[in-house]
Design a protein around this ligand. Structure first.
Ligand SMILES: [Zn+2]
Length: 178
């Protein structure tokens, strides 16, 4: 019985990792970032949430995506897709600009709403407000949700026409998302 439980756990674990890996691959492709070489880590860590480390080495884009396993097991598949879309969104050239972390978060939210339905991004941010009910995480998620809703409302008027051809500076730092 214990063996069966263990095998089930191992199967689910590996299927979760496969799901995440496939989804990262899918979104990188949709953003024309196929050339990015990356590693996905799904593991338990003190800090709940997700993070991405991105840097450029010898002209190649390299990335490490981290996703908290316990958090992922609490989410639906669609919610996981929203989180993955957000992390991949951080690699979009336009999201590499800006010194302040919060602007990079807003940018990744916006990119993610091109990969998954905008209402799913809004729903995940609303859920995050409840999941992380402490300062400053809660306030940050509230701000991101408000900005996303405002951007969706006026997106047709203000959508920039940037083609992402500008050379972004390498971001040699973890982007923590929660
Ligand atoms: Zn983020």
């Amino acid at each position: 019985m214990l063996y069966l439980a263990l095998m089930t756990l191992i199967f689910f674990t590996s299927s979760l990792e496969r799901e995440v890996d496939r989804t990262v691959d899918e979104y990188l492709s949709q953003l024309d970032l196929d050339s990015t070489r990356y590693v996905v880590v799904v593991a338990n860590r003190e800090l709940q949430g997700a993070a991405v480390l991105h840097w450029v080495e010898a002209g190649k884009d390299l990335a490490v995506f981290f996703f908290d396993r316990e958090l992922f097991l609490q989410l639906s598949k669609q919610e996981r897709r929203v989180l993955i879309a957000h992390e991949v969104g951080h690699l979009a050239p336009r999201c590499q600009w800006g010194g302040s972390r919060i602007f990079r978060e807003l940018c990744a939210d916006r990119i993610s709403s091109q990969l998954v339905p905008g209402e799913d991004v809004a729903a995940m941010l609303a859920k995050s407000i409840l999941m992380f009910p402490y300062y400053p995480a809660r306030e940050e998620f509230m701000f991101r949700l408000a900005m996303l809703q405002e951007q969706r409302r006026i997106s047709e008027e203000i959508e920039p026409t940037t083609d992402g051809s500008a050379e972004p500076p390498a971001q040699d730092a973890w982007t923590e998302c929660a």
